[in-house]
Design a protein around this ligand. Structure first.
Ligand code: PLP
Length: 379
């Protein structure tokens, strides 16, 4: 019997080690990893630059508290602000914590409480971020949610306009809904949301926890739409496997989070910062992002041509290396078959197979994955 709370229905893979895009199980079987720990190991498992940075920091110090200056935090914060529209960074340990910080900041900055989010969104599992999430199944059994949030259909500007009122502090938006099924925000919709926020003096919070840090071929997915969010949240890929999150905000919000207003023991931990520094130095390079765009174009094009005639496949959607294969049936029995054949993929919503390979994936990896995907879906 397991001594773990059964919060996860686990696949039949017991991991012994991982390197690059390969996971090896305790029996020695190898898997090609097209899930990257849900868009965490975006540079592949144990990327040498990240490993070296963390090993060096291990020999210096591991934790001192945020009561003291940690130079690496300044370095990582500057990398994030130099490469985004934000000016200040608050470090934490996870995506949910980054969104918690964003919700607190938006409420304190505006003195208002209402935050509009979207149906099928996912923002985390803490009480505020679970409340922000637009999926009933996440909230089942937990009693009344925070009554701060109102949910409107995604990609529906009229519904958003109707929900917006003078009590609205912020709109919280995923540029692509990841957990909700790799649902891509329409370009006009995203632009209109940003404009609506400006016109009504409402803060725009963009949750880039899954879409950010190179995943869609840009440093941040909001860049595809030329918008300028007030608050951006990231986590997942920031540490390439070490737990870390960040909330990035505009200069005008700086004074709102003064001393004592918000905090965390572990946020900005030096080991996590060493990893984040190494990650961002790679991911923010233009050539790196160009390479992601090229590989993504190849993978998406091959999926479209190879699966065009497949009766189960309805659509291929996504951006960059965040891809959903939309099927006409529940995919929960298909995914274990792909894993059995040595390809780790993810599910998003009932009928979407989600691919989130490392951004360092090779053409050979892609071809191998395509072979397993097409073969399984043909069966
Ligand atoms: N926001 C989005 C868009 C996510 O995809 C996730 C996790 O999947 C979260 C928030 C929550 O992040 P975490 O699990 O690190 O708390």
């Amino acid at each position: 019997m397991s001594a773990l709370f059964p919060t996860y229905k686990r696949f039949d893979v017991s991991v012994a080690s991982a390197k690059g895009t390969t996971i090896t199980d305790v029996a020695g079987k190898q898997y090609l990893d097209f899930g990257s720990g849900i868009s965490v190991c975006n540079l592949g498992h144990r990327h040498p630059a990240v490993q070296q940075a963390v090993e060096e920091q291990l020999g210096k110090y591991w934790h001192v508290s945020n009561l003291y200056d940690i130079p690496l935090q300044e370095k990582v914060a500057t990398l994030l602000t130099d490469n985004s529209v934000g000016d200040y960074v608050f470090f934490c340990n996870s995506g949910a914590e980054a969104n918690e910080a964003a919700i607190k900041l938006a409420r304190k900055a505006t003195g208002k409480t209402k935050i509009i989010t979207f149906k099928q969104s996912f923002h985390g599992r803490t009480f505020a971020t679970m409340s922000a999430t637009g999926q009933d199944k996440i909230k089942d059994g937990f009693g009344p949610m925070l009554n701060t949030f109102e949910y409107v259909p995604y990609n529906d500007l009229d519904a958003l306009k109707t929900a917006l009122d003078d009590q609205t502090a912020a709109i919280m938006l995923e540029i692509i809904q990841g957990e909700g099924g790799v649902v891509v925000g329409d370009d006009t919709f995203i632009k209109d949301v940003a404009q609506l926020c400006k016109a009504h003096d409402v803060l725009l919070i963009v949750d880039e926890i899954q879409t950010g840090l190179g995943r869609t071929g840009k440093a941040f997915a909001y860049e595809h739409h030329g918008i300028s969010p007030d608050i951006i949240t990231v986590a997942k890929a920031l540490g390439n496997g070490l737990p870390v999150g960040a909330m990035i905000g505009k200069a005008a919000l700086g004074h709102v989070f003064g001393p004592g207003s918000h905090g965390t023991t572990f946020g900005g931990n030096p080991l996590a910062m060493a990893a984040a520094d190494a990650v961002l130095e790679i991911i923010f390079q233009e050539e790196f992002l160009q390479d992601v765009v090229q590989k993504a174009a190849y993978l998406q094009e091959q999926l479209r041509t190879q699966l065009e005639q497949n009766p189960v496949v309805e659509d291929i959607r996504g951006k960059g290396l965040m891809i959903g294969i939309v099927c006409s049936e529940d995919v929960s029995s298909i995914i274990p078959k792909m894993i059995e054949k040595g390809l780790i993929v993810l599910q998003a919503g009932p009928n979407v197979i989600r691919l989130l390979p490392a951004l360092t994936v090779t053409q050979n990896d892609i071809d191998q994955a395509l072979h397993i995907i097409t073969e399984t879906l043909e069966e």
